[in-house]
Design a protein around this ligand. Structure first.
Ligand code: NAD
Length: 409
């Protein structure tokens, strides 16, 4: 019998177990946000929902993984919880792209997925053929072009949208608006027609506008559920955790930093004062880290020198958000992620914050993150609002203008 190999792929947040035992060959993936036990212990969430004591006492999946990794003798006990439980259907729209391909691979490794549907306007057949050879439980199917989009989406539990053009050096995310708004419109309309109950994860930039666009379109179709529409801002959290762990020489597995606001430039606001574990920063460190987290996407765009924006780290972050959503759909009560969603935490109609995910989508907002901000954070929060408001209004106006044009022709 071959020995079991356990590899930790990212400070414990992503762990891959390749069991080479002859009797049960499994490959389990756990992408977890949930250092939530320590990270949000004692926090009050919105709507007067209090995190209950069973939550506080319960070990998160990442804790399980930490146990597996640190105590190999216990692996037999835990491996029974890591058997594939294939049951959910995930569709990726834009699956042949820089993000779509590695994202497809990571989702293919999830034990919670039974069907992985890959859609693109080009080159997706080869991606699906390639991925389908991985000996993990999900069945991979490819769908090319608008005539196959409906079949791709039927029955989907989670739809992830990374379709669209990425930035080149010198471009802002808003510069992508003209092309990506139309792409997101087409795809969200198809989601509304074919799987209106699905969780919708939008990666396509500018997220600050594409989410309001999607919301308006879903409203027009009469199927808008604000609890199930998500702008994917997980990469901002992933970056914040990484940079702060490096700067403060913390163990990555322990670090959790909420990132609020939006997903572009100064609208990205990492709340360093809420970092778990508790850590102190000088004023200079706060400024330096905040600016680095806000500009991290541009760091990658410039390093790639015209070959696109973040794809691998984005795929990692998007896979984490998919896995969190699937765990919530599967009944896990301890799932928290930051996301850009319809919100009442501020006067803005959409806002990124930490939310609790459940089987019906967003169950609660972690409002406590916005309480007791530092002076720097309070000022930054006020400063980001006009830009975020304008981006939201631009998205809404796009849908109304398109509808008016369609009505007059
Ligand atoms: N939310 C975030 O944190 C974040 C981070 C990085 C990139 N992004 C955004 O993600 C998007 C994709 O980036 P990428 O690097 O993968 O780009 P890419 O150009 O490598 O891939 C995009 C894919 O979308 C496909 N596509 C285009 N129009 C389509 C349509 N109508 N239907 C289906 N597929 C379509 C293309 O064929 C291509 O395969 C960009 O908008 C980028 O700005 C977001």
């Amino acid at each position: 019998m071959a020995s079991t190999a356990i590899t930790t792929l990212s400070g414990g947040l992503v762990s891959v177990q390749a069991s080479l035992q002859s009797r049960s060959k499994t490959l389990g993936l756990n992408l977890s946000c949930s250092k939530s036990v320590s990270a949000i212990r004692g926090l009050k969430v919105a709507s007067n929902v209090q995190i209950d004591s069973s939550f506080l006492g319960k070990a998160s999946n990442s804790s399980l993984w930490a146990s597996v990794v640190s105590k190999p003798e216990e692996k037999q006990v835990f491996s029974s919880q890591l058997q594939p439980q294939a049951s959910f259907k995930v569709a990726v729209l834009g699956a042949a792209g820089g993000i779509g391909q590695p994202l497809g691979l990571l989702i293919k490794m999830s034990p919670l997925v039974s069907a992985l549907h890959l859609y693109d306007i080009a080159n997706v057949k080869g991606v699906a053929a390639d991925l389908s050879h991985c000996n993990t439980p999900s069945q991979v199917l490819d769908f090319t072009g608008p005539s196959e989009l409906a079949n791709c989406l039927k029955g989907a539990d989670v739809v992830v949208i990374p379709a669209g053009v990425p930035r080149k050096p010198g471009m802002t995310r808003d510069d992508l608006f003209n092309i990506n708004a139309g792409i997101v419109k087409t795809l969200v309309e198809a989601v509304a027609d074919n799987c209106p109950d699905a969780f919708i994860h939008i990666i396509s930039n500018p997220v600050n506008s594409t989410i309001p666009i999607a919301a308006e379109l879903l409203k027009q179709k009469g199927v808008y559920n604000p609890k199930k529409l998500f702008g994917v801002t997980t990469l901002d959290v992933v970056r914040a955790n990484t940079f702060i762990a490096q700067k403060k020489e913390l163990k990555l597995i322990d670090v959790d930093v909420p990132v609020i606001g939006g997903h572009a430039g100064i609208t990205i606001l990492p709340l360093l004062s809420k970092t778990r574990p508790m850590v102190t920063f000088s004023n200079e460190e706060v400024k330096e880290l905040t600016v680095r987290i806000q500009n991290a996407g541009t760091e990658v765009v410039e390093a790639k020198a015209g070959a696109g924006s973040a794809t691998l780290s984005m795929a990692y972050a998007a896979a984490r958000f998919v896995e969190s959503s699937l765990r919530a759909l599967d009944g896990d009560r301890d799932v928290y992620e930051c996301s850009f969603v319809q919100s009442e935490l501020t006067e803005l109609p959409f806002f990124a914050s930490r939310v609790k995910l459940g089987q019906k989508g967003i169950e609660a907002f972690v409002s406590a993150d916005l309480e007791g901000l530092s002076e720097y954070e309070s000022k930054a929060l006020e400063a980001l609002k006009p830009e975020l408001k304008a981006s939201i209004e631009k998205g809404v106006a796009f849908v109304h203008k398109t509808a008016a044009t369609a009505a007059s022709t």
